[in-house]
Design a protein around this ligand. Structure first.
Ligand SMILES: Nc1ncnc2c1ncn2[C@@H]1O[C@H](COP(=O)(O)OP(=O)(O)O)[C@@H](O)[C@H]1O
Ligand SMILES: [Mg+2]
Length: 509
């Protein structure tokens, strides 16, 4: 006898269709799996045998061969337990082609016959729908995640026994209710209103949020760098539904989704500790898991105490910062994860923290200061669009009762500027000014004659690099968008240049 059950596999973020073919014939009782299956997949035979027994079903006393097609794609993990169990049910005549032909099955089976949750259900459900399948049977705990996908019926399976009852018509399961994304919003309680003074730094944060720019903050301990960065999520623009799905996909593969609210609708904020490994940052493992830079996709990556990070880990950031994605290679192939994020980094200027401080004396030797700053390489430094010196706030400011601007007010301006950008880049892959590619840079960054002149002068005087020049134009573009201006005038150029003067002060460039 022969049967075929649809399933899905996952390679990185990409789901692929898998057919579980089963053939039974008379002969010595056996159960074999072929089709480039790893150890976990081969172990599923034992789980399935036990699960069926515990569900009161006698395992067929036949020679059984399962093939996972296509045979040239590596199959890993436990997702194929459920489709293989269903294939056995088909051999036993407990379900038929009419019931399973337009359905996909994914899930791990426990020894007692319960269906356990798996990772990566969202990308798999999206592919099932794209393949024209009408139904998908998933573990109960993953059902809300799959139900985000429109146009496919999602069945939440709790156990093998339940599925048998469903197919027999004795207790038919109902599809899970569709999950519609909630209105994206910021629900945290950290607000920019708590930060006294620091107008330059706050403005930099606003520009960064509006145009998707990377920011480096440098300043003495206690000047409020961490405080500022932690408030960034409160002013980020809304996430579009597409962005939401992209980010949810990554979190799904990493197994980080919330069971009840599976769709990521608020931009992620990731702040790995400085002891994070290179693999933790970029992604790794024999079957590569997304790293922090991918978990931060469409959101923020905050690296506090930048100079304390492992240098190799930091250098790995360079390529993703340019490309918005990271590729991890393994002997059997490679996976690519998106990693387009705003990078916010904070650091002290020297080991003691007081180099360049207006009042306190730095106790480090010039060599120590240089060594500390040089932990951040030139190329990495170049990838920050905005450099801000965060000086300690004056007592008068700290003790003042004046109300500071709230995050909500800032967020409104950010959103307006972002809307201008979305309109400008409609029909392209670009979503914000930071992503402007060099081929359209001059077309979208139109300068007034005055701005052209001043930029030319600055360029020659400061000896800017080509990359710094691009960054200045992009940041100035964002400043103009925040002001609702079509052309970039000299004021916006001056502002952008001002945010690039720190590297000369500290790194002597
Ligand atoms: N501008 C500010 N307004 C209000 N409180 C501040 C400000 N700057 C610093 N503080 C206070 O100092 C503490 C230390 O700031 P923090 O952000 O941790 O400094 P850093 O990261 O620069 O070392 C904050 O938790 C806050 O209580
Ligand atoms: Mg800090």
């Amino acid at each position: 006898m022969f049967a075929k059950i649809n399933s899905l596999g996952l390679m990185g973020l990409n789901a692929f269709p898998v057919e579980v073919e089963i053939e039974s014939s008379r002969g010595i009782q056996s159960f074999d799996v072929v089709g480039l299956a790893d150890a976990a997949v081969r172990e599923s035979r034992e789980r399935i045998r036990s699960a069926l027994r515990c569900s009161g079903i006698e395992f067929p006393k036949q020679k059984i061969m399962v093939n996972l097609a296509p045979a040239d794609k590596k199959k890993t993990g436990s997702v194929y337990d459920l489709p293989m169990a269903v294939a056995i049910l088909a051999i036993l005549g407990l379900c038929n082609e009419a019931q399973t032909g337009s359905a996909a099955f994914i899930g791990e089976v426990s020894l007692s016959g319960e269906i356990r949750p798996i990772n990566g259900v969202l990308p798999m459900a999206l592919l099932a729908r794209q393949q024209g399948l009408k139904e998908i049977f998933v573990p109960f705990d993953n059902a809300r995640e799959a139900a985000v996908v429109e146009g496919i019926k999602v069945y939440a399976v709790e156990s093998v026994a339940q599925l048998v009852m469903h197919f027999s018509g004795r207790a038919v399961m109902m599809p899970a209710a569709p999950v519609r994304p909630e209105a994206p919003n910021y629900f945290g309680n950290l607000d920019f209103a708590d930060v006294k003074g620091q107008y330059m730094a706050k403005k930099a944060m606003e520009i960064a949020a509006a145009g998707g720019h990377n920011v480096l903050m440098i300043g003495a301990p206690g000047s409020g760098k961490s405080m500022l960065a932690k408030r960034m999520p409160s002013i980020l623009p809304k996430m579009s539904f597409e962005e939401s799905i992209e980010t949810t996909n990554i979190h799904s593969v990493a197994g980080l989704l919330d069971k009840e609210n599976p769709l990521v609708t608020v931009r992620p904020f990731r702040s790995p500790h400085h002891t994070v490994s290179a693999a933790g940052l970029s992604g790794g493992g024999s079957i590569p898991r997304p790293g922090e830079i991918s978990l931060a996709h469409n959101g923020l990556l905050f690296l506090d105490e930048l100079a304390e990070f492992n240098r190799t880990a930091l250098e790995i950031l360079r390529q993703p910062l340019e490309d918005g994605q990271v590729t991890i290679s393994r002997v059997w192939g490679s996976v690519t994860y998106p990693s387009s994020f705003i990078l916010i980094a904070a650091m002290n200027p020297c080991p003691c923290g007081y180099y360049g401080h207006p009042k306190r004396k730095c106790i480090c030797s010039p060599k120590q200061v240089k060594g500390y700053l040089n932990k951040v390489s030139g190329p990495l430094l170049d990838r920050f669009d905005l450099h801000v010196e965060v000086a300690p706030v004056e007592y008068a400011e700290l003790s003042s009762k004046d109300k500071e601007e709230s995050s909500e007010a800032i967020r409104e301006r950010v959103q307006r500027a972002r809307d201008v950008q979305l309109e400008r880049f409609k029909g392209t892959d670009i979503t914000c000014n930071a992503q402007i590619t060099s081929d359209i840079l001059h077309e979208v960054c139109e300068l007034t004659p005055g701005a052209k002149e001043i930029l030319g002068k600055i360029f020659n005087k400061l000896g800017l690099s080509a990359r710094a020049y691009d960054k200045i134009l992009k940041v100035a573009r964002t400043c103009a968008d925040m002001n609702g201006d079509k052309e970039i005038n000299e004021r916006f150029i001056a502002l952008a240049v001002q945010y690039r003067s720190l590297d000369r002060k500290y790194w002597g460039q």
